[in-house]
Design a protein around this ligand. Structure first.
Ligand code: CP
Ligand code: NVA
Length: 308
């Protein structure tokens, strides 16, 4: 249930996800209607890792809703000098009306949510990126209509972004295949756990090491960076292991006719995707980026507003 926090899509009912997407569409269509919805409210934004999209879309988003965002780099907070997550959550709750946090350990966002008395929103952890997935499902609906029965093919490292897309797909009735080499594939136990949320037992969650097999009949072909934040020391091995998983024009041609290319960004062009694909007519990467703003405004309205 979407009650106090948005830590993981796993906790949300399918209808709650659809309701968030519908609100995101409304906010996008009529932004002026929501200009004072969170008047006078403050969103504390904790960042343990860098960000372009998440930082800017949350800061602009809260401003457009009548509130203000406070950028709190963890290196500037006492958190960076050993103050506990619990104490940080309790103190910030006395000052701000909501907290958005991007952290390394997923347990840190869970602890923030546990100890904060104000809503906590997950802005990415090593395990999940739910706000990205919400914006992506909004974008898929815009470009492909109803999501149920559509196929999302994810190519490359099974990252935090893949994990959030997979659980969302199960709740929204989409097939979700992945192609990755051994060592970069999702944990089978996680797939089983997420399959437990599938709205239909027929949903496919194929795991293969063959990119062509994964993209067959796919309406959306998705990738993420090969080296996520915090994995920089593994970069050379990752470049080598994941090289056969680049999304290029030939791989896109093996997907369903009219298939769209998706990427959470930032992209490492020439690695996981070629310029030709990223800049093609099929690419909807900048719509995804824009929809971070609208989807997160919907999240803030639901969690921090009244009557949404
Ligand atoms: N996609 C995404 O979360 O981008 P940033 O790292 O720039 O926030
Ligand atoms: N998997 C990537 C996503 C960036 C938005 C990372 O964690 O760095």
């Amino acid at each position: 249930m979407l009650d106090k926090d948005l830590v993981a899509l796993e906790a949300l009912d399918p209808a709650e996800i659809v309701s968030l997407l519908d609100l995101a569409d409304q906010v996008k269509a009529e932004p002026g209607k929501y200009r004072t919805a969170l008047e006078g409210q403050t969103l504390g934004m904790i960042f343990q890792k860098p960000s372009t999209r998440t930082r800017v879309s949350f800061e602009v988003g809260i401003y457009q809703l009548g509130g203000i965002g406070l950028f709190l780099s963890s290196s500037d907070l006492q958190l960076g000098r050993g103050e506990t997550i619990a104490d940080t959550a309790k103190v910030l709750s006395r000052f701000v009306d909501g907290i958005m946090a991007r952290v390394f350990a997923h347990s840190d966002i869970e602890d923030l949510a546990k100890y904060a008395t104000v809503p906590v929103i997950n802005g990415l952890t090593d395990f999940l990126h739910p706000c990205q997935a919400l914006a992506d499902f909004q974008t898929m609906r815009e470009h492909g209509g109803a999501l149920a029965g559509k196929k999302l093919a994810y190519i490359g490292d099974a990252t935090n972004v893949y994990n959030s897309l997979l659980i969302g797909a199960m709740k929204l009735g989409m097939h979700c295949s992945i192609a990755a080499p051994k060592g970069y594939q999702p944990d089978p136990a996680l797939i089983e756990r997420y399959r437990g949320h599938a709205v239909s037992p027929d949903l496919q969650t194929d795991v293969t090491d063959d990119p062509k097999a994964a993209v067959a009949d796919a309406n959306f072909v998705y990738t993420d960076v090969w080296t996520s934040m915090g994995q920089e020391q593994e970069r050379q091995a990752r470049l080598k292991d994941l090289a056969p998983y680049q999304i290029n024009t030939a791989l896109m041609a093996a997907a369903a006719p009219g298939a769209k290319f998706m990427h959470c960004l930032p992209a490492h062009r020439g690695e996981e995707v070629t310029d030709a694909v990223a800049d093609s007519e099929a690419s909807i990467i900048f719509d995804e980026a824009e929809n971070r703003l609208h989807a997160q405004k919907a999240v803030m309205l639901k969690l921090m507003g009244t009557g949404f």
